[in-house]
Design a protein around this ligand. Structure first.
Ligand code: SF4
Ligand code: SF4
Length: 472
């Protein structure tokens, strides 16, 4: 029986409920009246249940689909304006004892170079990332209790926060490591992490077990219940995700929304972010061997429907996706993107020799951060390097209640403009500076409160004189 308040994975991700949802959405996908009712409900900006959202996902009527896209776009605008938060991944180690069949770091891959960064190497990587202009990282590591124990992760986080090169500063470290114990989550919280990210990969238990034939990750319940342990350990912000292509996308869509419903029911706060990676080619991985791949149109629909279903949840798209695809989904709901990413262990400080490629997957968008920032601004987006909420203690339900009341908007644009100005002063190319300065000038007029606007103007001039790190 589906029970969002249950602490058991198989009850809050109830297989039969997902099958019933798929049948229900098939049955109603051309039910115009119902779809219009769901759209009306969605306009209240309070989100949708997994069942209602699944009907929208399956809708085949072109005119109604137009309405779905328009609403997603409007919700995106209302909650996130034209700001896009920037981040980069930092791979610490690709030693791994798991056997995920879609990832080249699986234990049985004997030819991929195994690497683990030393603290000195981490320092170099962080300096290189700071020199690009990054302020927010997501650290990644394989699961290996001997090579990458929690102590190594904690030490690495400490190192990252300790590096201050020129005006560089990593102000938020999000962590993407294997499911672990409440005690370890508590340690991560104490180390000052931002979001704890863990991709479910697939919510389909049988497929999950098949795709993870051995190793600690084989345990579906332990993996699926990880976010509850993270929250018990004091981590307020958790990030969900599935790897699209492994299972039927409609199954995953219902599953991830049920997971969000569960977090809301039990902890009073839904996921901070949802990531939407699609399976990519990598060392010994051929994506065509997975027969659930989704095309760009379906991907866009998926993004739009997630945006409508969970308006307060940030959505992330990485450099797995091409420039064209990223451009398409940005306005439908994506609020965070990576730029200038390396998906290998090391590689920011020094290029990896070709015969030593340790990448987890091939990157589709190979542009530099400066190129990505410029591209965003040319489309009238404001790239933001803001990390203010986490540093002001606005996490978990405090963040969500601010978000739901609309108050957060008074912080986001000012912070985006001030952090963009820092980026332009310290790292941007002359062309990017030119576009950026014009954009900041134009966007200042969109700060509704005159008092806030004048404080921002003052800070922008302070930033020009060399001061840093202003925030609301
Ligand atoms: S997905 Fe993660 S756990 Fe699985 S093999 Fe790759 S690094 Fe290891
Ligand atoms: S103010 Fe908070 S919600 Fe807005 S961009 Fe900054 S960190 Fe994100």
């Amino acid at each position: 029986m589906y029970n969002p308040s249950s602490m058991k994975a198989e009850e809050f991700i109830d297989h039969q409920e997902i099958l019933d949802t798929l049948a229900y959405s098939d049955e109603h996908k051309n039910d115009r009246e119902l779809i219009l009712q769901i759209l009306e409900k969605a306009k209240e900006r309070k989100g949708l249940s997994h069942r209602d959202a699944s009907v929208l996902l399956m809708c085949e009527d072109e005119e109604l689909n137009e309405q779905i896209y328009k609403l997603a776009e409007q919700i995106k605008k209302d909650f996130y304006g034209n700001r896009i938060v920037m981040f980069a991944p930092l791979y610490l180690s690709n030693y791994c004892v798991n056997q995920c069949v879609y990832c080249p770091y699986h234990l049985k891959n004997k030819h991929i170079p195994r690497k683990k960064l030393t603290q000195e190497e981490i320092r170099n990587e962080v300096i290189a990332l700071q020199d690009m202009g990054h302020k927010r990282l997501a650290i990644e590591s394989g699961e290996d209790p001997v090579n990458n124990p929690i102590e190594y992760i904690l030490e690495s986080i400490k190192t990252i926060y300790s590096v201050h090169h020129k005006n560089g500063d990593i102000r938020r470290v999000n962590v993407n490591i294997a499911a672990t114990t409440v005690e370890n989550y508590r340690k991560l919280k104490e180390a000052g992490i931002g979001t704890y990210i863990l991709f479910q990969e697939t919510y389909h238990k049988e497929s999950y077990e098949h795709l993870h034939p051995a190793g600690p990750k084989h345990d579906y319940a332990y993996h699926t219940e990880a976010m509850d342990r993270a929250m018990e350990g004091g981590i307020d912000d958790v990030g969900l995700g599935v790897l699209f292509g492994l299972e039927l996308y409609r199954y995953e869509f219902a599953g991830i929304l049920m997971h969000a419903e569960h977090l809301e029911a039990v902890h009073g706060v839904g996921p901070h972010t949802i990531s939407v990676p699609r399976i990519r080619r990598a060392d010994d991985i051929d994506p065509s061997t997975f027969d659930n791949g989704i095309d760009d149109d379906t991907f866009a629909k998926l993004v739009a429907c997630i945006r409508i279903a969970v308006p307060y949840t940030g959505m992330i798209v990485s450099t797995r996706e091409s420039k064209a695809c990223r451009e398409r989904v940005l306005h439908l709901g994506i609020s965070q993107i990576s730029g200038g990413s390396k998906t290998s262990v090391g590689g920011y400080y020094e290029d990896e020799p070709e015969d030593e490629d340790s990448s987890q997957f091939d990157v589709s968008d190979n542009r530099t951060l400066d190129e990505v920032v410029k591209w965003l601004m040319e489309m009238d987006y404001v790239p933001s390097f803001c990390t203010a909420c986490y540093r002001e203690g606005r996490t978990g339900d405090r963040f969500m209640s601010l978000c739901k009341s609309g108050q957060i908007q008074n912080c986001c644009l000012p912070n985006a403009l001030m952090t963009l100005k820092e980026y332009l002063e310290d790292y941007a190319s002359p062309d990017t500076v030119e576009i950026g300065m014009q954009l900041i000038q134009k966007e200042l007029d969109n700060i509704p409160n005159p008092k806030v606007r004048s404080i921002v103007e003052e800070h922008l001039s302070d930033i020009h004189s060399g001061k840093r790190d202003f925030r609301f």
